[in-house]
Design a binder for this molecule. Structure first.
Ligand SMILES: Nc1ncnc2c1ncn2[C@@H]1O[C@H](COP(=O)(O)OP(=O)(O)OP(=O)(O)O)[C@@H](O)[C@H]1O
Ligand SMILES: [Mg+2]
Length: 379
């Protein structure tokens, strides 16, 4: 799929922007604070419903403006359609697909798929487990309506169960009300875990292969699923987890055995909200020993794996957003990367220094200069 045209009004530092995008490689060059990340962010927001940088939508509206708008014309295997979001102060943001307004923001996912790689993503390796869950959840939610549905329901049940546990702890409710929520928690939770296990298995395959390519075959990257009930550095062999029923059985048992502790603490202590993903190089945990460069290579390999995974699920590649990350790679890796990706995936990449790229890399790309929220086509 690809974004054919993008239009921004009063978004961040853009007063008005109209741009036609190349279906392959688009390179945005600009000094610091000119609007490169803002542009990437606008596409991410159109795809996922929110910014990757802030939860506060009002920050996205140009200072002194009342509302902001992002519009795009998107081409996919299924056809061509327009997308639009309006952000207003003191009002919920609103989304349109092909002229029809969406009732809920959750209906947005799946129309325009993206994989984003920005400097913050280095945290994917070293950061908290929540970042890795967000990574797998967003990848899956974009490609699977069923997963979106299970995730929404799971979180709802979890919240309600937590508030019941709190009420029980404060003697405002009875313990025997709990089993209703337990059943649903296990039902949705085990489906989420099953799907995560399957997805991580695929991502592990792809990431291992692209890591081999990028690192010259000297190191072996493996990616593992660590469900909530295992220790910090344990992982499962996902191929042995054959069905969701088995997972449901395991989950139900864990719930039983942690009951008294949950009642004491007044909150849910088990479930996929405590899952994690482990990355290992040559069998060793990347969190503990990997250098900056190794971490960067792992994250790049994992992002590329997400790209392949999503293509496998959907039948076409998502859009790749690379915010200021390629310049960190050495020359040969960058060239290899642009050659393999640039021709098959619509890519929007930003850089402060075009000198990072060889004329050969740039031959089949469209290049723009961004300056103070204005865009100019190069050449
Ligand atoms: N709501 C807003 N209204 C107007 N300007 C804004 C708003 N939000 C952010 N900006 C400005 O947008 C400018 C560009 O931000 P952006 O993050 O896109 O820069 P960048 O080109 O990615 O820079 P860098 O190379 O440092 O990452 C910043 O100077 C920021 O102050
Ligand atoms: Mg930036």
């Amino acid at each position: 799929m690809h974004v054919q045209a993008l239009e921004l009004s009063q978004y961040r530092n853009y007063r008005k922007l109209n741009v036609e995008l190349d279906p392959n490689l688009n390179i945005f060059v600009g000094d610091n604070a000119q609007g490169k990340t803002n542009l990437i962010e606008s596409i991410y927001l159109l795809a996922t419903g929110r910014s990757h940088r802030t939860f506060r939508d009002t920050e996205l509206i140009k200072w002194n403006a009342e509302d902001a708008q992002i519009k795009a014309q998107v081409n996919t295997r299924m056809g061509s359609f327009s997308m639009r979001v309006i952000l207003a102060r003191n009002r919920r943001k609103r989304f349109w697909i092909g002229g029809e307004e969406l009732r809920r923001q959750s209906e947005l996912l799946g129309f325009l798929n993206v994989v984003l790689f920005s400097p913050d993503d280095l945290q994917l390796v070293k950061g908290s487990p929540g970042m890795r869950r967000h990574f797998i959840d967003l990848g899956l939610a974009q490609v699977s309506r069923v997963y979106r549905h299970d995730l929404v329901n799971y979180n709802r049940v979890l919240q309600q169960r937590n508030s019941l546990l709190k009420d029980i702890a404060e003697r405002k409710a009875k313990v025997d009300q709990l089993h209703l929520w337990d059943e649903q928690l296990v039902q949705y939770g085990s489906r989420i875990m099953y799907r995560r296990a399957r997805a991580i298995e695929r991502i592990a395959d792809f990431a291992g292969a692209s890591h081999r390519d990028i690192s010259g075959g000297e190191e072996i990257l493996t990616v593992h699923y660590r469900p909530f009930y295992l220790g910090d550095e344990e992982s499962i062999d996902a191929t042995r987890w054959l069905d969701a029923e088995q997972i449901a059985g395991d989950f139900a048992k864990m719930l039983q055995s942690s009951r008294s502790q949950e009642l004491r603490r007044g909150t849910t202590l088990v479930g996929p909200q405590r899952d994690d993903i482990l990355f290992r190089i040559d069998g060793k945990d990347v969190r503990q020993f990997a250098s900056q460069g190794q971490q960067r290579t792992v994250v790049l390999a994992v992002k590329l794996a997400e790209l392949e995974f999503m293509r496998e699920e959907v039948g076409e590649y998502p859009i790749l957003l690379l915010d200021d990350v390629l310049s960190e790679l050495d020359f040969s890796r960058r060239t290899l990367f642009l050659e393999t990706i640039g021709n098959k995936v619509q890519t929007l990449l930003t850089t402060t220094d075009k000198g990072n790229f060889q004329p050969d890399n740039l031959r089949h790309s469209r290049q723009y200069v961004i300056s103070d929220g204005q865009l100019a086509l190069e050449g």
